[in-house]
Design a protein around this ligand. Structure first.
Ligand SMILES: Cc1cc2nc3c(=O)[nH]c(=O)nc-3n(C[C@H](O)[C@H](O)[C@H](O)COP(=O)(O)OP(=O)(O)OC[C@H]3O[C@@H](n4cnc5c(N)ncnc54)[C@H](O)[C@@H]3O)c2cc1C
Length: 318
């Protein structure tokens, strides 16, 4: 058995679901959780239900807003005191920024963005995609502990059952001292929807959308099925959608249950960001578009005719 600390990000009302995915996979280990700032009541309950023993709720001046230096300092002292074997987090934008710094502070090994892992005998063994997802590498971490791991959201799936932990909240007052690189402002995306990396359903538009206005038909469909709207790089580069919506090698990596690609050809760089989706549906006028080689379901036709029909049909069953 290993002692594992899972760092969780919180939303206004809960913890990020990737945390619960990780906790589910850690059943049988001694699990603690750390969060910085607010911990919503539902989040605390969910953590306890998924096996968290102690929940370190860290607060302190300099931690009101995310900064990699401040967060790393705050977590470092909790990790040192707890004597953890592994420290894990979701491979979110924040996790990708924070964890390499944290691992560097400990001069320790790290496995990034794993899509699967086991803890047989308390030892981590993971899988992670390389070369835009063309290869799956088996990864182990060597050297002194703690070892650091980030896990791609939606890749493990929510656990079907979990054994509860005590969920004891321990307030930790952190002294982070001077933070040399200050974050002046965090600009949030305009969308109120679930972030692409956490979304269970995504409907994305490509160059074929022709303009930003036309993304409305995707938004309408997304509202009915509870999806988040994404875009290809061609759509983003053409100014139809902001970069925050880009899926792919130079955008976000997503693993939803359902990915609907509308007027997207299926270039390797786009596939790199969504090929681990559980079910892929492609709508394209070109029957030879490469996206159809990866799609579970393909519709050959004009997205401007098909998406509104789908939206109406979804309304009947949702
Ligand atoms: C280093 C690098 C990084 C990159 N990173 C990314 C990335 O992160 N994400 C990304 O997406 N791309 C990325 N790209 C770009 C990538 O190579 C492709 O150029 C891009 O994905 C193409 O976007 P698209 O499929 O929307 O456009 P296109 O390739 O132009 O495809 C448009 C598709 O729409 C179809 N179509 C046209 N009209 C309709 C209609 N009315 N109804 C239905 N279908 C229709 C066409 O048949 C076509 O298949 C990257 C490229 C490089 C070199």
């Amino acid at each position: 058995m290993s002692k594992v600390l899972v760092f969780t990000e919180t939303t206004d009302s809960n913890v990020k679901s990737v945390t619960l995915e990780i906790l589910g996979r850690l059943a049988g280990q001694e699990i603690d959780v750390a969060c910085i700032g607010n911990l919503p009541a539902d989040g605390q309950k969910a953590l306890a239900e998924h096996g968290a023993g102690n929940i370190h709720k860290i607060t302190g001046s300099g931690l009101d807003q995310y900064s990699p230096e401040g967060y790393a300092k705050a977590l470092k002292s909790v990790i040192e005191k707890g004597g953890y074997d592994y420290v894990m987090a979701g491979s979110t934008s924040l996790g990708k920024d924070l964890f390499p710094r944290l691992a560097g502070n400990f001069d320790a090994g790290m496995a990034t963005e794993v899509t699967n892992f086991t803890m047989d005998g308390g030892t981590f063994a993971g899988t992670r995609p390389l070369f835009a997802g063309k290869v799956l590498a088996k990864v182990e971490i060597q050297g002194p502990k703690p070892h650091f791991v980030t896990v791609r959201p939606n890749a493990l799936g929510m656990p079907e059952s979990a054994s509860a932990g005590a969920g004891n909240v321990q307030d930790v007052a952190a002294e982070v001292g001077e933070i040399r690189a200050a974050i002046k402002e965090i600009v949030k995306g305009a969308s109120e929807k679930v972030d692409l990396t956490e979304a269970n359903i995504i409907i994305s538009g490509g160059r074929a959308m022709k303009n930003a206005e036309n993304f409305k038909i995707l938004e309408e469909c997304a509202d009915v099925i509870g999806a988040t709207v994404g875009a290809s790089r061609a759509a983003v580069d053409s100014g139809f959608a902001p970069h925050a919506m880009q899926v792919g090698q130079t955008g976000k990596t997503v693993s939803p249950t359902l990915y609907i690609a509308c007027g997207i050809s299926g270039a390797i760089q786009h596939l790199a960001g969504m090929r681990t989706s559980k079910v892929i549906v492609a709508i394209n006028t070109d029957p030879d578009a490469p996206i159809f080689t990866k799609a579970d379901y393909g519709i050959v036709g004009d997205l401007f005719k098909i998406v509104p029909i789908l939206t109406e049909e979804f309304k009947k069953i949702m």
